[in-house]
Design a protein around this ligand. Structure first.
Ligand SMILES: CSC[C@H]1O[C@H](OP(=O)(O)O)[C@H](O)[C@@H]1O
Ligand SMILES: Nc1ncnc2[nH]cnc12
Length: 288
């Protein structure tokens, strides 16, 4: 099938350069409108859709980002591969501000968000044992290295509710749990991408040492913004490198991202809610 790259831009990344035939598309989904219009076009001959996660001007808090609408809108546009770009704090000395981390595991501590497209009348359980696509992630990591970034190839991301940052005690606790980085937005985004059978990779840009590091100030937004400004050119170059690495064809995912719903739906056909099924067609038509 034809590939379409979807980029979800995090804090500090509200647009991208170099798209051909570019236009901002306003879309609606069965879960309401996404965070903003979606910037679509082609980059290096590959169709690409860019969505600023918080909206242009940074309107949505991590809790109010319409995660379901964002993933549904990308799926409805024909996106096959989602690359999530985020700012994060670091729990590791060696994951220093300015470095990039290819996140491949999550601990989800968010609690005030809708986390599934499925619901009463159509229940589904997808696997999140391996929450990101290793094949897509490997290309994203190389694209970032090609942009001159120091890239750590693995990382466990603690997803916190926010919007306040962690206390020193929380920061130490997450570190003791073995987490590598912390942010407020990759969950439920990764879960929803899996439900929508999209390959999903998360590239997190370290902006600070959160609040555990005795040799550094506790995290504050001024430090984060300064690091983000320094990093945005690298993030944009990473995106520019992606089409050549990924190519125009999306082969069946060797890790099964695009068949995640094969055995996931539990609800008997005769017990399914027709109104919910109607909405679910936007993301799960393949199995309904
Ligand atoms: C700007 S600091 C906190 C904010 O930044 C990150 O957002 P994103 O993941 O969209 O880059 C973090 O998760 C918080 O939402
Ligand atoms: N320390 C931190 N905690 C949560 N989200 C972040 N985003 C960037 N730095 C962060």
């Amino acid at each position: 099938m034809k590939r379409m790259i979807g980029i979800i831009g995090g804090s500090g990344l509200y647009d991208i350069d170099g798209l051909q035939d570019a236009r901002w598309l306003t879309l609606d989904t069965p879960w309401g409108p996404p965070s903003d219009a979606i910037f679509t076009g082609t980059l290096g001959g590959v169709p690409l859709a860019f969505l600023p996660r918080h909206g242009r001007g940074h309107v949505h808090t991590p809790s109010t980002v319409p995660y379901r609408a964002n993933i549904a809108a990308l799926k409805m546009l024909g996106v096959t591969d989602v690359v999530s770009i985020s700012a994060c704090g670091s729990f590791r000395e060696e994951m220093a501000p300015g470095d990039f981390v290819l996140v491949d595991q999550f601990i989800d501590r968010t609690f005030a968000r809708e986390k599934s497209f499925f619901s009463t009348g159509c229940v589904a359980h997808v696997s999140m044992a391996h929450p990101t696509c290793p094949a897509l992630g490997a290309e994203v990591a190389e694209a970032a290295r090609g942009a001159g970034a120091t890239v750590h190839p693995h990382g466990t991301y603690l997803a916190m509710e926010g919007p306040q940052f962690s206390s020193v005690a929380e920061s130490r606790m997450y570190r003791s749990w073995g987490c590598d980085v912390i942010g407020m937005t990759n969950m439920p985004e990764a879960k929803l991408a899996r439900e929508a059978e999209l390959c999903y990779a998360s590239l997190a840009m370290v902006t600070d040492y959160d609040s555990w590091h005795e040799g550094h100030d506790t995290v504050d937004i001024t430090e984060i913004l300064a690091t983000l400004q320094g990093n945005s050119a690298r993030a944009k170059e990473t995106i520019a490198n992606l089409p050549a690495r990924l190519g125009a064809e999306h082969a069946p995912c060797p890790h099964g991202c695009d068949t995640a719903l094969d055995h996931a739906i539990m609800t008997a056909p005769e017990a399914r809610d027709p109104a919910l099924l109607d909405r679910l067609k936007a993301i799960a038509a393949r199995v309904l």
